[in-house]
Ligand binder design. Structure first.
Ligand SMILES: Cc1cc2nc3c(=O)[nH]c(=O)nc-3n(C[C@H](O)[C@H](O)[C@H](O)COP(=O)(O)O)c2cc1C
Ligand SMILES: [Mn+2]
Length: 484
């Protein structure tokens, strides 16, 4: 099951009764935020604003705004179901690797072939994203939101920024917000650590203009994939194809050799000048605070290609829960099988919504040896965007990382501050406002596992309380007799 594009997904949501069409005119300046914020806080429906002041295009928001709709976007009933599928594929691949000969592996491999082939994208010559081509329409044709009162302006909040590495030729899609400066220019807010910025540095070193194409409104799997913490050099389109179980349709942009999702509602083509920078922000951000002004590159819009009747996609971020929390939950679930592969003592992991993506990670481990909780902390801090994790709490595997009351009980009772806290200096997210310096600071690890003798704990560690099975069964049987 794969969506043909955003419109197809909207139909699926509407069929479940989870879409509201707003017919009255609304203002993209603040009014939509206040409406969407109230709906997101109550885990409410997706909203399609049919009449947005100042634009002829409808605006979709909160399409992925619940765990169920996020799973639906990935073609599954639950995020755990999708994660189990990935875990199954990994286990299967390992089993195949153990086959004594290639010939013996073939019968088992054949049924899995479609899943692997779907990773590869398919080129289409007459894409839906190019029904109309315009060199005169600019940002002011779009219903771009001003989200919060102190924002520096209006921002594209769900853009899929497509670029190509000038050396390796590999492509990248990252979601980086874009602040509209005027009809033909915007900010390009790729943080220092992200692939977009890394590729930009290569153009700058060559002294060349960087072609950029921005897709708006795609199959939600592609939108999600552009936010996923993939390894450097892995094109998000491949991951999206893998997730949807069907090749993503792509097409070459008209002004560069960048390939874009063919089903997009809009594609904005243009370039970034390697020498130009401009103040970007402030912006009411994922953290629930305003991120501060800073200098970022500038995107110059040259051409808009679009569908005949396109829908403009948007989101707002802010104090959790917002729509982005469910994208983060998808990442937590889908990437856990990969983390377990590299660090097998991990049994579960939870990033509470209040931690906003990566400020807090709780991890359960099967501990066998002294120092293992610290080993896991260092593993996580070394894994791509996990380097941003400001707080890691490690518990034993008899505690579910997702049961916050149990985690708190263990963490409050199991730690000796002199021994069990780990301070680790390293990179932080560009959005972090608490560290004295931008993008660099101190992360905290809390080892809330049961301590071993080899960890300097020379006295016995007590068992947690649990009633005898015999007694619980007895009380179960007699419960009515007690008359409680
Ligand atoms: C709604 C939303 C907005 C985002 N905005 C930005 C942004 O402005 N700048 C940025 O660097 N990352 C932003 N991110 C996070 C990136 O999309 C994410 O880190 C992604 O993995 C980057 O892709 P890359 O590794 O290919 O650079 C945003 C994520 C979401 C869900
Ligand atoms: Mn990437």
């Amino acid at each position: 099951m794969a969506y043909k594009g955003l419109g197809d997904f909207i139909d699926a949501i509407e069929a479940r009764g989870e879409l509201r069409r707003i017919k009255v005119e609304v203002d993209p300046i603040l009014e939509i935020t206040e409406i969407a914020d109230r709906v997101m806080r109550s885990n409410g429906p997706a909203l399609l604003f049919e009449k947005v002041k100042g634009s002829s295009y409808p605006l979709l928001i909160n399409a992925m705004g619940s765990e169920e709709r996020m799973a639906l976007a990935l073609g599954a009933k639950t995020l755990d179901e999708k994660a189990a599928e990935i875990e199954g594929l990994i286990a299967w691949a390992f089993k195949q690797a153990g086959e004594p000969s290639l010939l013996a592996a073939i019968p088992g491999a054949l049924p899995k072939l479609p899943a692997f082939l779907s990773v590869l994208p398919r080129h289409v010559a007459r894409p839906a994203c190019r029904e109309i081509v315009s060199d005169t329409e600019g940002f002011s044709s779009l219903p771009v939101l001003q989200c919060w009162p102190k924002d520096g302006g209006r921002f594209l909040t769900l853009p899929l920024v497509c670029t190509r590495d000038p050396e390796s030729g590999t492509q990248n899609i990252g979601m980086y917000r874009m602040q509209v400066y005027d009809d033909r220019s915007s900010g390009m807010h790729w943080h220092l650590h992200k692939d977009g910025a890394r590729i930009f540095e290569k153009y700058r070193a060559k002294g060349e203009r960087m072609p950029v194409a921005v897709a708006l409104g795609c199959d939600p799997v592609v939108t999600y994939a552009s936010t996923a913490p993939l390894p450097e050099g892995v094109w998000e389109i491949l991951f999206a194809g893998f997730l949807r179980g069907k090749s993503v349709e792509i097409t070459k942009a008209t002004m560069s050799d960048i390939e874009v999702p063919a089903d997009a509602e809009f594609v904005l083509e243009g370039y970034v000048d390697p020498e130009e920078k401009r103040v970007e922000g402030p912006f009411g951000d994922h953290t629930g605070f305003y991120s501060l002004e800073d200098e970022y590159p500038v995107f110059h819009l040259e051409r808009i290609t679009r569908r005949r009747s396109p829908i403009y996609p948007a989101t707002i971020v802010g104090i959790p829960p917002k729509e982005d929390c469910w994208m983060a939950k998808a990442t937590e679930r889908l990437f856990l099988p990969f983390l377990k592969l590299l660090c097998p003592e991990i049994t579960d992991l939870c990033m509470p919504l209040e931690g906003v993506f990566h400020n807090c990670v709780i991890v359960s481990i099967k501990k066998r040896y002294p120092g293992q909780a610290r080993k896991v902390m260092n593993f996580l801090w070394g894994m791509g965007q996990m380097m941003y994790t400001k707080l890691i709490v490690v518990v034993d595997d008899d505690v579910s990382a997702r049961d916050q009351s149990m985690v708190a009980w263990k963490a409050f009772n199991n730690i000796d501050a002199g021994r069990d806290l780990v301070f680790s200096e390293g990179p932080l997210d560009a959005l972090d406002h608490s560290s004295p310096r931008p993008r660099y600071g101190t992360r905290l690890g809390v080892d809330a596992t049961r301590k071993l003798r080899g960890e300097g704990h020379d006295r016995p560690w007590p068992d947690p309380l649990a009633m005898d099975d015999r007694i619980t069964r007895l009380v179960d049987g007699r419960w009515k007799e007690y008359g409680i």
